[in-house]
Design a protein around this ligand. Structure first.
Ligand code: FES
Ligand SMILES: [Fe+2]
Length: 383
């Protein structure tokens, strides 16, 4: 922020105007700011680390097209099969660089990417046993972020700790926890048996990944925006039969009823089945459709879609899908159509997400889905 002072004065019978500019920062001077208040510092002369983070977040928000920060929750670091023992990867996760590595015993670990010693990127390092070795001076860090070895020092400094990201490996994904206030996880990602190699009669998992020009909330809201399905996707509208929320968990039952507009291969489908959608936090959604009738007489089965949406930046999200279908249904035109229609559906949303704006007070009508209710539930993840 630049302040302009104007001084007007008279000298030897003539009037002069003298503009003076002073640099300052209104946001940091804001006495309502909890950071400035709590830090008890004069922001003009010194900025604490907390104030700096607050300032960075405000700056990012002012550049972002969405009026909220990154939500907290479990998000995806990578598919589990993409990280073998000894592998090291740099991933962009919730607007920060993270190093992801798998130790020799198989544990997936995630740390802040920059070494607290002199800032080298650990992603250029190497896995040594259960630790990662920094490429610069060979300090070694375990999965909890503790320095366990300095090859040339007698004593490891107490402050030699690096921020570790809580990790879970489940449903074929490596998940990481994010909370901008540093709070630990308070809910878990549930296990989905078919994605953990349990149960018979499932075909192989199909994976899909999209880098989307939008935020997680917009993607989440797409599911409850039932009115757009027929118009944008050419699909029947999904009616919400029941929706229950319990803290960060939301469970919705939907009846899927195909009509004459929805063709399966050459044949018209006559199908009615239930879909059970579960959200665990803002990023994890499973949609499990059961009792799907195939076009081939006597064929029926299930289809499970596991969607993991991960903030990359405030306005960029990496969407990863894992899709698994009953073996018999996978061979049927109905199953083939589903495996094709879901990925194609997202493609239609992408150009809209790229340009749409977030309407904080949308004008809704009685035929719209439960968008306002969904936003209320979602708001908890910004706390
Ligand atoms: S910068 Fe990592 S060990 Fe020195
Ligand atoms: Fe959509």
């Amino acid at each position: 922020m630049v302040y302009i002072w104007i001084i007007i004065f008279e000298f030897k019978g003539r009037w002069f105007i003298l503009p003076i500019t002073l640099e300052g920062d209104k946001r940091i001077h804001n006495q309502d700011s909890p950071i400035c208040h709590a830090a008890q510092i004069h922001p003009r002369y010194h900025i604490s680390a907390a104030a700096r983070d607050y300032r960075l977040e405000q700056a990012r928000l002012s550049m972002s097209k969405f009026p909220f920060p990154l939500p907290h929750g479990w998000f995806g670091l990578c598919y589990a099969h993409e990280l073998k023992a000894g592998d090291v990867k740099k991933v962009r996760f919730c607007a920060r660089d993270v190093v992801l590595f798998r130790t020799e015993s198989g544990a997936a670990c995630a740390l802040d990417n920059y070494c607290p010693h002199l800032g080298a990127p650990l992603s250029q390092g190497k896995v040594i046993g259960e630790a990662i070795r920094c490429p610069f001076h060979h300090w070694q860090w375990d999965g909890a972020g503790r320095c366990v070895e300095i090859p040339y020092a007698n004593k490891i400094p107490e402050r030699a700790v690096i921020e570790s990201i809580p990790v879970r490996e489940i449903n074929g994904m490596i998940l990481g926890w994010y909370d901008r206030n540093g709070k630990p996880p308070y809910f878990e990602a549930p296990e989905l048996a078919p994605l953990n190699g349990q149960g018979d009669g499932w075909a192989g998992v199909e994976y899909l990944q999209h880098d989307l020009p939008t935020c997680v909330q917009e993607i989440s809201e797409n599911d409850v925006d039932t009115a757009h399905f027929p118009y944008l996707h050419g699909m029947p509208a999904l009616t919400e039969a029941e929706s229950l929320t319990e803290g960060p968990i939301k469970k919705t039952t939907q009846m899927f009823h195909t009509n004459e507009e929805f063709l399966v291969g050459e044949a018209q489908s006559d199908n009615e089945y239930m879909s059970f959608r579960e959200s665990h936090g803002p990023g994890l959604v499973s949609v499990w459709s059961k009792n799907i009738t195939g076009v081939t007489p006597g064929v029926s089965g299930e289809f499970l879609l596991y969607s993991v949406a991960t903030p990359v930046e405030e306005d960029r999200t990496l969407l990863r899908w894992s899709m698994i279908i009953s073996e018999e249904l996978a061979e049927d035109d109905m199953g083939k159509t589903m495996l094709q229609a879901y990925p194609e559906g997202v493609l239609a949303d992408i150009p809209i997400w790229a340009e749409k704006v977030y309407q904080p007070n949308p004008v809704l009508c009685d035929g719209d889905g439960p968008i306002a209710k969904h936003r209320k539930w979602f708001a908890q993840f910004y706390e």
